[in-house]
Design a protein around this ligand. Structure first.
Ligand SMILES: [Zn+2]
Length: 412
């Protein structure tokens, strides 16, 4: 199926990619055509979250009439976005025919581009990762990086025997800050050559596909909403451990970017980290001065200059004094940052993910579970649960791959 076929009756994906989504809540005064598109999204999202479902079950989930559901399901079957699973047995009366998302109904690629690596993943419409690719690099210029990005994406598509037209689009997770409307990074620290580069439009032209940008933290947060720990949680804050440390907010089930795209810049909360040192952002005492892979490797650099992410598990197993000292200090700063988040947002969960190895994240979560009760407002009876993300190392790329799908599915 060509991606343009899927588009009939909807706003074009290329247009949608240029606008921050979700569309603000101006849903009153819609015309019938728009209502129809919205209902299709509601049905797709319902089947994605709770499928396989019969038509009657979709109807009870969505408050739409049986007749409306039947029409929409028929259209979505015609378009190849849903598939029929046959009749469910073992029930009284006429067994219901169930439908589910058709995995072959569409595909998307997500990439995570950061100063030290490029990761890509190809997803099918059911959200199953079909193939990953990864390379390490060091602060590449756009001229070096762009051909490698294009080659990696085309390689994944070819390996799976697909055509580029079968992709719904490409999602790109990047270190912030971003200007999503303009499709650029804005003065990213330690990333020369990328400031205000129109990366979305350049990639879109090279690949002839819609391209969606998101901060890596928000992409990872959206990925968890799609198929991870956030699937059943409407309000959560995602803490993303990367070269820096980022945050992504999902509020009322939707990504929240704020008026200027960069809400959730968790790493730059001034928590008095590292003796109020100055951060690369220009601020003082930012959280990421003591909680980020770069701060960890700076701490390890004298004793273990060769240490890489893959060595951290082993160092924890050996109770390495420098690593334990870094973790204790990181937990202090994180506790201050998380109490701030709890007071501001009152989320149901805080989800931890990103490139810090799982055993280290678990160490931090256990420590925070002990520390946070002493710092919280005692009068509040409910507090967010601390969860481990289901996608770990490739969380941002996986999340980015859901951006083209999210844009089509999630009712705004
Ligand atoms: Zn900062």
């Amino acid at each position: 199926m060509k991606s343009t076929d899927v588009q009939a009756g909807s706003i074009s994906r290329a247009d949608a990619a240029r606008k921050p989504s979700p569309v603000r809540k101006k849903l009153a005064g819609t015309n019938l055509e728009f209502a129809h598109v919205l209902n299709q999204r509601v049905v797709l999202e319902t089947v994605r979250l709770w499928g396989p479902l019969s038509r009657a079950e979709i109807s009870s989930h969505t408050y739409l009439t049986n007749q409306t559901i039947s029409n929409i399901v028929d259209k979505l079957l015609d378009r190849g976005l849903l598939e029929t699973l046959g009749r469910r047995s073992g029930q009284r009366g006429q067994p219901a025919i169930e439908v589910n998302i058709n995995p072959k109904g569409g595909y998307a690629v997500g990439i995570h581009l950061d100063r030290d690596h490029l990761t890509a993943v190809l997803l099918d419409l059911a959200g199953t990762p079909l193939e990953y690719a990864h390379l390490e690099w060091s602060f590449p210029s756009p001229d070096e990086a762009l051909p490698l990005i294009e080659k990696m994406i085309r390689g994944l598509v070819e390996d799976q025997g697909l055509r580029m037209e079968e992709l719904w689009g490409v999602g790109v997770g990047l270190p912030g800050p971003l200007d999503i409307g303009a499709g650029t990074l804005v003065a990213p620290p330690n990333f020369p050559g990328w400031d205000e580069l129109p990366i979305r439009d350049i990639l879109s032209k090279r690949l002839d596909l819609p391209v969606f940008l998101e901060t890596d933290a928000m992409a990872a947060a959206m990925g968890e909403r799609w198929f991870g720990a956030g699937k059943d949680v409407e309000d959560y804050f995602y803490v993303f451990f990367g070269v820096g440390i980022g945050g992504g907010m999902i509020l009322n089930g939707q990504p929240y970017r704020g008026a200027f795209d960069n809400a959730g810049m968790f790493g730059h909360l001034p928590v008095g980290a590292s003796g109020n040192m100055r951060c690369s952002c220009g601020g003082i005492g930012c959280l990421e001065l003591s909680v980020s892979l770069s701060s960890l490797f700076a701490a390890l650099s004298m004793a273990r200059p060769e240490a890489r992410v893959n060595d951290l598990d082993m160092l924890l197993g050996e109770n390495d004094a420098i690593l334990i000292g870094w973790l204790e200090n990181a937990a202090e700063s994180l506790a201050a940052g998380l109490v701030t988040i709890e007071h501001l947002l009152s989320p149901k969960a805080i989800i931890f993910g990103g490139r810090l190895p799982v055993p280290l994240q678990k160490w931090l979560i256990e420590r925070l579970e002990m520390m946070l009760p002493q710092r919280r407002m005692r009068a509040l009876r409910h507090h967010p649960v601390l969860l481990q993300a289901s996608a770990i190392e490739s969380a941002a790329a996986l999340g980015a791959a859901t951006l083209p799908l999210f844009n089509e599915f999630a009712p705004g």
